[in-house]
Every structure is written in structure tokens, then in C-alpha cells.
Design a binder for this molecule. Sequence first.
Ligand SMILES: NC(=O)c1ccc[n+]([C@@H]2O[C@H](COP(=O)([O-])OP(=O)(O)OC[C@H]3O[C@@H](n4cnc5c(N)ncnc54)[C@H](OP(=O)(O)O)[C@@H]3O)[C@@H](O)[C@H]2O)c1
Length: 254
Amino acid sequence: MTPREKHIIITGASRGFGRDLAMHMAESGTVLHLIARSDMSALVHELEARGAEVRTWKQDLTQTAELHDLISRIAESISKQDTGFLGLVNNAGMIDPVGPAGKYSYDAYKSNLEINFVAPILLTHAFIQHFQDWDVVKRVIMISSGASKKPYHGWSHYCSTKAGVDMFSRTAGIEQTKQRHPVEIMAFNPGRIATDMQKTIRETSEEDFPMVHDFISAWKEGVIGDSREVAGRLSRLMLAEFFPSGEILSHRDI
Ligand SMILES: NC(=O)c1ccc[n+]([C@@H]2O[C@H](COP(=O)([O-])OP(=O)(O)OC[C@H]3O[C@@H](n4cnc5c(N)ncnc54)[C@H](OP(=O)(O)O)[C@@H]3O)[C@@H](O)[C@H]2O)c1
């Protein structure tokens, strides 16, 4: 009998932590569904060389009215009888515009809320709607942040969206325990990792983000996490026998 396929959807897969997750998850028998706005053809070649099948879905996640249709199209591309595992990693995120609430344009602030909070929750909602009855292992990881627990001046949108994502994971995690074929859901804080987002943070002004010097020092001292290494650990957890559904874990826990 042919082993059943794993289908894993990753948002924000074009670079940074999402790209590193895709690299770790790429293997024969796995179909990766990569979502981002940028062209990912070079990445697709690398992942295919590792044995994975790759499907790319170009999508601006701030267009939240389109996300149910996106998950429908992905679901239509998956054969139920050939599938043994379904995963969704809500990884795409942004920190801009950094500065106190009220300072920047309404639209820029709104985009931040859409990408960090509205899109991950709606994608998970649609994922549950489409796959609830499938008798396969189903797992969702919401990429959170230490900022979900600590207020940073200049990050009111980011801190509150990540706190919201944590609470969604806990709540939906409880709800799913009542289901015959549950979707397991957890939130994960990768810690400070060396990606473009950290570069953006280091380039913000002290006025907008008074803690900027702490982030610059951490970078200079090399005490910032390795995105590839953390992604490797999280990828193993995604496929491990035990998955801590309903919990909020950090890079220190796994
Ligand atoms: N870096 C850190 O230190 C750190 C710490 C804690 C938590 N995190 C979290 O880790 C996750 C990954 O962050 P990262 O550091 O890897 O960030 P990154 O390097 O800036 O990458 C962000 C990813 O999100 C995608 N993205 C951004 N806006 C999008 C949009 N409107 N539509 C679709 N895709 C969009 C980007 O793809 P395109 O530009 O191609 O669309 C890119 O693939 C985020 O949730 C972040 O909050 C990061």
C-alpha cells in the first residue's frame, strides 16, 4: 500500500522563518502549499530537489475577503483518500508601521491587524470548515511572539494581534477536544530570530520604538536565534506523535 501524503500549508513561505520551515518539511511524500505575494520559483526548485511536491498560491493576506476561497481552492486540490496528514502554519507577519497608536495612517495600521490577526484566524476557520470531518491527523500552528505577553512602546498592533492569536489557539484548542476528528491547534513563539523582520526593527527610530538599542545590541552580540535551527525543531514537533494542542509554546520549550 502506498503511504498517504502529507499536505502542509505555510503562509509567508517566501523568506525568513516560513521559508526555513518549508526547507525542513520538504521530503518525499509531502506536498507543500506555499502562500506569499512574491515569486517563489527559486525556492520551489530547492524544495523539489529535496523530494517534496510544491504548489504555490500567490496571495496578499491583507485581502481577507479572499481567504475562504483560497482555502477552498487548496482543499479542492487535495485528494481525501490519498491524504494522511493536513497541516497549516500561519506564519506570515509584519511589524510595520512601528510607532504609537494614532501616529500612522489608518490603512497601514489596518494592514498590520489583517496580516497578523484577521488572516491567520480566518484561514484556520476555513481550514476547520473544510477538513473537520476528514479522519486524518490535522494540525495548525499559529506563529506568535514574546510580544503577545509583554507591551512594547510602538508595537500596540503587533502585541495585541499576537495576544489575540494566542487566545484563539487556546479557545479553538478546547473546542476541538469535543470533535470526533479534532484539528489540533497550538501557538508558538520562535523568539528573536535573524530574519528581515529583525532588520526592520533595528532600522526604526528611538522615538517610535524606544527599545531599538536593545535589539541592535542583541544583534551585535550575536544573541539572536538562528531561524533555520528553530524551524527545524518546530518542524519535528509538527510531525511528532504528541502535539500540544491548545497550548502556547516558545522556542525554549521544544
Ligand atoms: N523575526 C523575529 O525575530 C520574530 C520574533 C517573534 C515572532 N516572529 C514571527 O515569525 C513570523 C515570521 O516572521 P519573519 O521574521 O520570518 O518575517 P519576514 O522575514 O519579514 O517574512 C515575512 C513573510 O510574511 C509574508 N508576508 C508579509 N506580508 C504579507 C502579505 N500581505 N500577504 C502575504 N504574505 C505576506 C512575506 O512574504 P511576501 O513579502 O512574499 O508576501 C514573508 O514570506 C511572523 O509571524 C512574526 O511575527 C518573528
